[in-house]
Design a protein around this ligand. Structure first.
Ligand code: V47
Ligand code: SF4
Length: 374
């Protein structure tokens, strides 16, 4: 066991790629301290001492959803009193609020509504881009794109191109869950499968968009399923280079059909963060999403592979509906403090990882010369 770990250490130090078996071995047997140390080598090689954040808001224009993923507390049935569909006016107000708060990005995902046509989702992008052309719109998970294709009978590639004309800027990483069919069948049977998720991201990359990727862990999956998931993402990244960030997402059980499963511990969160950094050797960034991890774990995660903590967020629903006790938003000062306390240099980025330098705050300029990009 110690020999195998020493071999893997040498591989990581030499920048060599880890195999499926290496990943499963690390997941099952490596101690957390070693995993963190190895992941930190890769993290600092790629991103130096910098941790990125952005100034963003979330918009979930509807929570009504045809699917019934067992892990989801956000969705509502068509006739449920909990269900909502935002009006154009409400959507524009949220865009205005985001601009007034200095946001560079709006993160837009929702449910797959039984009755709203594809044109309604297209209109969300069109009106927001029309009113706020400088706001980057990161919108619709691969599962939503697949639903649009099922509804319209049109290829996802055409739909992505059409939304790009309307103002779409990039794709978020949601809907990936766990790709392995043995698990996917049990947690989200009917929605887009692994091949469909991967095809949508491949098409987006080919059309010139960047995207993110996620993995939902801490429910019924095992080490093999997690490593299989990471390797499928790594293979697509080898092909296209279009992924920017990987975000491991811990399952939050409250108000879901899997509420009997205890929430993953902070130790598991750090283990998956480090494993993700080690296996995804071709992803530039790994995100410690503070809403999901909590602030303390997001701080420690910056020594376990993460070089990004997401943004100010505001109006997050998916995790708060499932029991997250993180605050609804962090101010820029709070984010910067949580990064500095972790011993890293905060750098505000836009969605595409260009540094944002705000004129009124000259400390951004000191941060700039410390940026060490791979
Ligand atoms: O696809 C749903 C997950 C995802 C629960 O791209 C749950 O920058 C835990 O993808 N417990 C949506 N997870 C969120 C997402 C995301 C978040 C932040 C940044 C980015 C990005 C993407 O949330 C869903 C699903 O995997 N999810 N319910 C739950 N109870
Ligand atoms: Fe619908 Fe997404 Fe929730 Fe699944 S995770 S039920 S697709 S809103």
């Amino acid at each position: 066991m110690a020999d195998r770990l020493a071999e893997i250490r040498e591989m990581v130090e030499a920048g060599k790629r880890l195999s499926f078996d290496d990943g499963v071995f690390l997941d099952r047997h490596a101690d957390l301290h070693t995993l963190g140390e190895l992941a930190n080598i890769v993290r600092e090689r790629k991103n130096g001492n910098v941790t990125y954040f952005n100034v963003n808001e979330h918009l979930n224009p509807t929570n009504v959803c045809v699917y019934r993923c067992t892990f989801c507390a956000f969705r509502a049935d068509l006739k449920s009193p909990k269900g909502y569909v935002m009006t154009d006016q409400q959507i524009i107000e949220r865009g205005r609020e985001a601009c007034d708060r200095g946001c560079t990005e709006l993160h837009i995902v929702g449910g797959l509504h039984h009755q709203l046509p594809y044109e309604w989702y297209l209109n969300v992008i069109r009106i927001l881009h029309g009113e706020f052309p400088k706001l980057h719109l990161k919108a619709w998970t691969a599962v939503e794109w697949d639903w649009f294709a099922r509804m319209t009978g049109r290829p996802t590639r055409d739909l992505i191109a059409e939304m790009m004309d309307a103002g779409l800027g990039s794709l978020p990483g949601g809907g990936a869950e766990i790709f392995h069919p043995d698990i996917r069948r049990q947690i989200c049977e009917h929605k887009a499968d692994a091949a469909e998720w991967i095809r949508v991201h491949r098409e987006a990359h080919e059309l010139g968009l960047r995207s993110n990727a996620t993995m939902l862990y801490g429910h019924i999956e095992q080490a093999e399923h997690r490593i299989d998931h990471l390797i499928r993402l790594r293979e697509l990244q080898d092909e296209t280079g279009g992924f920017q960030t990987f975000i491991p997402l811990a399952f939050h059980p409250d108000n879901t059909r899997l509420s009997h499963i205890p929430k993953a511990s902070g130790l598991t969160d750090l283990k998956i963060m480090a494993l993700s950094r080690l296996m995804l050797d071709n992803f530039p960034h790994i995100k410690a999403y503070w809403v999901m991890l909590g602030i303390q774990t997001a701080q420690v995660a910056q020594s376990y592979g993460a070089d990004d903590v997401d943004g100010t967020v505001v109006h997050e629903k998916i995790y708060h509906d499932a029991g997250s006790d993180s605050p609804q938003e962090l101010t820029v000062d709070e984010i910067r403090r949580l990064i500095i306390e972790a011993g890293r240099v905060p750098v505000e980025r836009d969605t595409l990882y260009h540094e944002v330098v705000r004129e009124r705050d000259t400390s951004w300029k000191t941060g700039k010369k410390l940026v060490a990009l791979a």
